[in-house]
Write a protein that binds this ligand. Structure first.
Ligand SMILES: [Zn+2]
Ligand SMILES: [Zn+2]
Length: 180
């Protein structure tokens, strides 16, 4: 295989960073990571979890007492700040503009996050796993039709995923025979 093929595309690069951010998730529902990118530069990252300073779902062993996950209850709202919201909040906290940026997320944004994304001036969403269905899909598609935002599902190629695993499992910066 040509070495160039084993170099991640920008989309693969940023979604891999989002996957790494998801590893810091503190909610038991499922891990989600987000990376806000402007001009191919990372401006903020985020992952889902309860607000800064509150007990982490993962530390408590439950989201609400008696509820194993923030996604378990139909009536109780999630305790977690979503990854996209946390990334936007991080940018706000540090005074970094998100106007005209893109966001890479491991899960398609829920409607609340998508509205926040649009209002933050983020025009492009790249996600790995789909989320919206039913009426949420209708609202999502109306935002797309109004030209407010674009959404694109992306995946990491198997060769790149394998290379990433090798990089994580071994010291990265060592000479490989094929490069000498
Ligand atoms: Zn939770
Ligand atoms: Zn959300």
């Amino acid at each position: 295989m040509e070495l160039e093929e084993l170099r991640p595309t920008w989309d693969e690069y940023f979604i891999m960073l989002a996957k790494l951010a998801a590893m810091r998730s503190t909610c038991l529902a499922f891990p989600v990571g987000a990376v806000i990118v402007k001009n191919k530069q990372v401006v903020a990252t985020g992952y889902n979890g309860s607000p800064s300073g509150t007990a982490h779902c993962t530390a408590q062993g439950y989201c609400y007492p008696g509820l194993s996950s923030c996604a378990e209850s139909k009536s109780l709202p999630s305790r977690a700040v979503h990854a996209e919201a946390n990334a936007i909040a991080q940018a706000a906290k540090h005074g970094i503009s998100t106007e005209g940026s893109s966001i890479y997320v491991t899960l398609e944004p829920c409607l609340s996050c998508l509205k926040l994304i649009i209002s933050a001036g983020i025009h492009e969403v790249f996600f790995e796993t789909g989320f919206n269905s039913g009426n949420s899909l209708l609202v999502r598609d109306s935002f797309i039709q109004d030209g407010l935002v674009t959404l694109k599902q992306i995946h990491i190629s198997e060769a790149i995923a394998q290379k990433a695993a090798t990089f994580l499992m071994n010291p990265t910066s060592v000479a490989t025979p094929s490069l000498i």
